[in-house]
Design a protein around this ligand. Structure first.
Ligand SMILES: Nc1ncnc2c1ncn2[C@@H]1O[C@H](COP(=O)(O)OP(=O)(O)OP(=O)(O)O)[C@@H](O)[C@H]1O
Ligand SMILES: [Mg+2]
Length: 222
């Protein structure tokens, strides 16, 4: 079982959208996926209720307190979940540290705007307190016409010592529309550009988590 935490210091940066999009991508790839929602707004738990109502393939999503993470993850491991995505609230806190600490991989959706960039120092500190799990900025929310959202983000990543994912998520209305139906964008427009972005991000994170042979050792070693 692999665990991915999606964190960020600012509200509304795309954490929940990324979490749900990756969950749907993993589910479509045949994995057993669960979302743990650490955010008191419980967006992912509500999204799952809409999925159930609409008769869509279920993706387990439940609210969770940071303190419950170790035993909830243990139960999911016993239940043979393949992938757990942890959605967090829009502020860095002890909860974000707890989520990053149990994660094999941390994703930080990040826009290039200065207000987002300014928060990355706090993200770096959070990662440090979580004993530096592998972490990637996900270039986020650029105009769909932008051909290369990655290169401009590299200097920001370097400045804060956080790697940059080679895949970004553009601003597209389908990302905002799909969750109202309890869906991921891939389930609304399977051949759409958002579906392709999420698939590419899913493949990237899968390649990373697959290559982590012994994440437990990393945690034990730190
Ligand atoms: N790529 C995108 N294109 C267009 N709209 C988006 C995109 N990603 C997210 N949104 C919209 O932006 C808003 C914030 O996104 P989201 O809820 O994913 O952010 P968040 O980081 O989880 O916020 P919070 O910190 O409040 O939990 C939502 O209304 C969402 O539908
Ligand atoms: Mg959210």
């Amino acid at each position: 079982m692999k665990t991915i935490a999606v964190i960020g210091q600012k509200g509304g940066t795309g954490k929940t959208t990324t979490t749900q999009g990756l969950a749907v991508a993993a589910m479509l790839a045949g994995l057993t996926v669960a979302i743990l929602d650490l955010d008191p707004q419980t967006n992912s738990a509500s999204w799952q209720r809409r999925r159930t109502k609409a008769g869509l393939p279920p993706i387990a999503a439940r609210s969770c307190q940071a303190g419950e993470l170790p035993h909830v993850l243990e139960a999911l491991e016993t239940a043979k979940a393949d992938l757990v995505l942890i959605d967090t609230a829009g502020k860095l806190s002890l909860e974000s540290i707890a989520a990053a600490r149990v994660a094999d991989l941390v994703l930080v959706p990040a826009r290039r705007q200065i207000f987002d960039v300014e928060t990355l120092e706090a993200v770096r500190d959070t990662l440090h307190q979580a004993k530096n799990p592998p972490a990637y900025l996900v270039p986020y929310g650029h105009h769909p016409s932008v051909r290369d959202a990655i290169t401009p983000m590299l200097s920001t990543g370097e400045r804060f010592g956080i790697a940059v994912a080679p895949v970004g998520i553009a601003h597209r209305s389908i990302y905002a529309d799909a969750p109202a139906l309890g869906k991921g964008p891939q389930e609304v427009e399977p051949d759409g550009k958002a579906a392709a972005e999420l698939q590419a991000l899913y493949e990237f994170v899968s390649s990373l988590t697959r290559s982590q042979t012994q994440p437990a050792k990393r945690k034990a070693a730190q």
